[in-house]
Write a protein that binds this ligand. Sequence first.
Ligand code: MN
Length: 148
Amino acid sequence: MNSSRYREAAEAGRTPDRRNQVKRKRILVVEDDRLSLIVLRQLLTAQGYEILQSPEGWDGISRARNEEPDLILMDIQLPDISGLDATLLLKQDDQTKDIPIIAVTAFVTPEDKAKALKSGCDAYVAKPVNISNLLRTVESLLPCSPPQ
Ligand code: MN
């Protein structure tokens, strides 16, 4: 291996650490489906995000108030209130209104998308989740400042 290839390898090895340091943001995943939750948690943890989770709408709202995550991934079909109603409530509350919310749902008609955005969701990602699309959407909504 020549020296430039060594350097490339060394830089490739360093990149994940640097990314993790920059991206130590907390994401609340409100999702009642166990498998979806596991997939999202693994995916986002691998990117260096810290994951908080909630299986229900009301619990998700109180976790958002108590823990002030940097971003929320909101499933729409939840066992108690819908993710859209939870989003409406979070966006009406001064304490939580600035937290970006991404609706994650299997509802894919243009009307459903419009409804999600009308409820105050900042973005919309369809299930099954396209990984690069989800990560791009998450990054686009997180403030760029380094973690405190
Ligand atoms: Mn669900």
